[in-house]
Design a protein around this ligand. Structure first.
Ligand code: SAH
Length: 483
C-alpha cells in the first residue's frame, strides 16, 4: 500500500504544534511559511519561538495538552521528546479524525511531512514512506543540484500566461509542444540568464506569432569541462551535460567527463591534439550554427575554462552575430587544477605576488612573448604549452636572465589517473622532460613556488629530479605524505 500524496492549503487555517524545542521550531517555521495560524502547546519555548509569540505571529498555550485542543485545528504536529505525550496526541487525532504528524514516528502519524525542494511556486516533495528520511534528504540534495534556480521563475511565468497559452493552443498536443519550447528554448534561457523582462517579451512574441509551435529553439552552452577529473566539473556544467542534444567537444576533454553526458546526446569530437587531425575553427562555427538552427541544445565542451586559451571568445562572438542565444559556464583551468593537484600554492605569500598565465603552444609562438615581464622576481609563471616548445621556453628564459636554479614543476595529465609531476630546475627542463618522456597535455609552472611540489604533492606520481645537493638539504621528515 502506498501513501496518498497531497499538497495542503493551510493559508489562514489553524494548526497546532505540541512541543516548544528546536524540532518544534523548524516545524512551526514551515507551517508559518504556508500561512497557517499556528498555536504551540509547551511549558517552555526556545528564544526564537518566544520572539514569534512577542511579534504575535504565534499563539502560545502553556496549559497541558488536552485531546479537545485538536477539535479546532486542521493539522497537528507532535514534536516533543516525551513518547507518552506524542502517543496521546496521535490517539486524540485518531479518535477525532484529525490529521496528526508525530515527528520521526511514521507509524504513529496519519500524515507524513515530506522532504521538500522549494523553487517557488514549484515544490517537489519526496517520501520514502517514513522508511529512510536520511535517504530522502540525500535524494533531495541530488535533485536540488540538478534543478536550475530559474525553474521557479519559469513556473511562475507559465502561471501568469496559463489561460492565454490555453486559449492559443486549445489542443493538448500543440500545447505540450509549446510548454516544451518554453522550458528548453530562449524563454527558459533568458530566465536562467536573469533577464526576466526579455523572457516575458519572448513569450509574448511567440504567442502572437503565426506559427508559434515551431519557433527556433536552439541554443548553445559553452561549457568548461575542467582538466579531466569529473569531480572538478561545476554543477552548472553537469546540468548542461544532462540537457544537451549535441555535444561538440575538444580532444582535451576527458572520457570520464564525457561519460556524464545524457545517454542519448550525440557526441562530436572537433578538437585537435598534438598535431593530429584538426577541425578548422570555421568548421566548428558552422556546426554550432547548423545544430542550433535545427532547434537543438548544443553544448560546446572545452577543456579547462572556455575563455582561457580556448577560443571561447571567438565562438560567442560568432553566435552573437548569428543571433543564437548562448550561455557560458566557466571551468577550472589547467593552471589552477595542476597547481592544486601538485600541492603548489601559486601565490604563496613568501614566494610570489603575482601569476602570469602564458601560452607557448608552438616554438614559433615563443619569440613573440614579452620575456622581460616573464623573468620578473616574485612571480609565478603558468605556461600552457606544447611539449615541443619546452626547449625554446627554457633557452629564452635563461637568455633573459632567469636563474638556472629556478624551480619548475611540469605536470602531465593534471588531475587524471595518470598524472605525473616532474620537478627540477630550469637549467635541466627540456632534458629532463625528454628523459622522462613527458607528453601532452602538460602544464609548466616556473617560480619559487614550484619547489613546493616536492613536499606537498599528494596526487599521482611525483618525480623529483632536482640536483642531489638541493635534495639532501631536506631531511625526510620535512617531506609530507610519502605519496
Ligand atoms: N582552456 C584550457 C586550455 C587549453 S590550451 C584550460 O583552461 O585549461 C591546452 C593546454 O592546456 C595544454 O597544452 C596544456 O598545457 C594545458 N592543459 C589542459 N589540460 C591539462 C591537464 N589535464 N594537465 C596538464 N595540462 C593541461
Amino acid at each position: 500500500m502506498s501513501l496518498y500524496p497531497l499538497f495542503v492549503d493551510l493559508k489562514g487555517r489553524a494548526a497546532l504544534v505540541i512541543g516548544g524545542g528546536p524540532v518544534a521550531e523548524r516545524k512551526i517555521a514551515g507551517l508559518l511559511r504556508a500561512g497557517a495560524q499556528v498555536s504551540v502547546v509547551a511549558e517552555t519555548l526556545t528564544d526564537a519561538l518566544q520572539e514569534l509569540v512577542t511579534q504575535q505571529a504565534l499563539q502560545w498555550q502553556s496549559s497541558p495538552f488536552q485531546p479537545a485542543m485538536l477539535d479546532a485545528v486542521w493539522l497537528t504536529i507532535a514534536a516533543t521528546d516525551d513518547p507518552a505525550l506524542n502517543a496521546a496526541v496521535a490517539a486524540a487525532g485518531e479518535s477525532r479524525q484529525r490529521w496528526v504528524n508525530v515527528v520521526d514516528a511514521p507509524r504513529q502519524s496519519s500524515v507524513q511531512i515530506p522532504s521538500v525542494i522549494h523553487r517557488a511556486p514549484l515544490q517537489i516533495a519526496i517520501s520514502t514512506h517514513g522508511a529512510a528520511p536520511v535517504l530522502a534528504r540525500r535524494l533531495r540534495e541530488h535533485i536540488e543540484s540538478l534543478l536550475p534556480e530559474s525553474i521557479g521563475p519559469l513556473v511562475a511565468l507559465a502561471q501568469t500566461f496559463r489561460s492565454r497559452i490555453r486559449q492559443r493552443f486549445p489542443q493538448l498536443g500543440p500545447r505540450r509542444q509549446f510548454y516544451d519550447w518554453l522550458h528548453d528554448g530562449p524563454v527558459g534561457q533568458a530566465l536562467a540568464n536573469r533577464q526576466p523582462a526579455e523572457a516575458t517579451q519572448l513569450l509574448e512574441t511567440a504567442l502572437a506569432a503565426a506559427d508559434p509551435a515551431k519557433p527556433a529553439a536552439g541554443r548553445v552552452t559553452l561549457v568548461g569541462a575542467g582538466p579531466g577529473d569529473p569531480g572538478l566539473l561545476t554543477l552548472a556544467a553537469l546540468r548542461a551535460l544532462n540537457e544537451a542534444d549535441i555535444i561538440l567537444h575538444d580532444a582535451l576533454v576527458s572520457p570520464a567527463v564525457l561519460d556524464l553526458a545524457r545517454r542519448d546526446a550525440t557526441l562530436i569530437a572537433v578538437g585537435k591534439r598534438g598535431g593530429g587531425i584538426h577541425t578548422p575553427q570555421s568548421e566548428i562555427h558552422r556546426q554550432l550554427l547548423e545544430h542550433a538552427r535545427a532547434g537543438r541544445h548544443v553544448v560546446r565542451l572545452k577543456g579547462g575554462d572556455p575563455f582561457i586559451f580556448g577560443r571561447g571568445g571567438e565562438e560567442i562572438e560568432y553566435l552573437r552575430e548569428h543571433h543564437i542565444p548562448y550561455q557560458v559556464v566557466p571551468g577550472i583551468t589547467a593552471a589552477l587544477a595542476c597547481a592544486a593537484y601538485a600541492g603548489i600554492s601559486l601565490t604563496h605569500r613568501q614566494h610570489a605576488r603575482s601569476i602570469q598565465l602564458v601560452t607557448a603552444h608552438t616554438r614559433d609562438a615563443v619569440p613573440s612573448l614579452d620575456w622581460l615581464s616573464l623573468v620578473q622576481p616574485e612571480q609565478t609563471l603558468a605556461i600552457y604549452m606544447g611539449v615541443a616548445a619546452l626547449d625554446a621556453v627554457q633557452q629564452t628564459l635563461l637568455r633573459h636572465g632567469m636563474a638556472p636554479t629556478t624551480p619548475f614543476a611540469l605536470i602531465e595529465n593534471g588531475s587524471r589517473p595518470d598524472q605525473r609531476t616532474l620537478a627540477g630546475e630550469l637549467a635541466q627542463l627540456s632534458e629532463l622532460a625528454q628523459a622522462h618522456g613527458i607528453s601532452a597535455p602538460a602544464l609548466l609552472i616556473i617560480g619559487e613556488v614550484a619547489a613546493m611540489a616536492h613536499r606537498q604533492s599528494w596526487f599521482g606520481e611525483h618525480i623529483d629530479a632536482r640536483p642531489a645537493g638541493r635534495l639532501s638539504a631536506e631531511t625526510p621528515a620535512q617531506r609530507g605524505s610519502p605519496a
